[in-house]
Design a protein around this ligand. Structure first.
Ligand code: GRF
Length: 213
């Protein structure tokens, strides 16, 4: 499932968004300024008004917004996504704040090549309000998870996790900022590790990461 990419032969990724796209921006910036051998070949937004679409256009990346008829039909939406990503030559699908569940249409077209970012330490705090749920639960440590997507929401094999401490007196907004700061570092670093061909799955379907040389 892996190949070793270089700046001249980058890993081609399609990025799925629904909102602000700050993680998309972090990936764009890491490609432009750091040693990340990847190319974003297409950005697809589930919402036409997502600010992330402007970020994509500003970076000269082809972008598609799903209109309402697609938005309401998950299978039709995923068929269109697969078509667009195949046309663009995407090897991996990177979900960055994409607020929809993938159907088998997409998962089977890119088997074990769909990556998701979740703002909590899975398997805790699944769902769309993970930061707030962790904050309100009284836990002292939460964090960020990057995992392979499968048909069970927020449950695929975990690739990487990074903890974030909930310090005394922290507001929910403080925690959100801390989580996003970690996401913006962790996601590009995971994409780099994939682009270096260092990720595989063992017989238990656990992610194994080869050390970098
Ligand atoms: C991130 O916190 C991500 O973990 C969650 O949605 C947020 C997206 O932020 N799933 P952005 O659109 O990348 O700014």
């Amino acid at each position: 499932m892996s190949r070793s990419c270089t700046k001249n032969d980058p890993l081609k990724i399609g990025v799925l968004i629904s909102g602000s796209g700050s993680n998309l921006q972090a990936i764009i910036d890491a490609i432009n300024t750091e040693d990340l051998p990847a190319e974003i070949v297409h950005v697809i937004s589930s919402r036409p008004d997502a600010y992330g679409l402007e970020r994509a256009r500003a970076a000269g990346i082809e972008a598609t917004a799903l209109n309402r008829s697609y938005y309401e039909d998950p299978i039709a939406a995923d068929k269109l996504i697969v078509e667009k990503l195949r046309e663009s030559g995407a090897e991996y699908v990177v979900m960055a704040g994409y607020m929809r569940k993938c159907t088998p249409e997409l998962l089977n077209a890119f088997t074990d090549h769909v990556v998701n970012l979740h703002p909590a330490l899975l398997p805790s705090f699944v769902g769309a309000h993970a930061i707030e749920d962790a904050y309100n639960s009284g836990v002292k440590v939460t964090g960020v998870t990057v995992h392979l997507a499968n048909e069970e929401y927020d449950k695929g094999p975990i690739i990487a996790q990074e903890p974030v401490r909930i310090e005394e007196g922290m507001s929910l907004e403080d925690l959100e900022s801390a989580i996003h700061a970690v996401e913006h570092k962790l996601y590009p670093s995971v994409i780099k590790m994939i682009a270096q061909g260092r990720m595989s799955l063992d017989d238990n379907r656990h992610v194994v990461i080869k050390p970098s040389i």
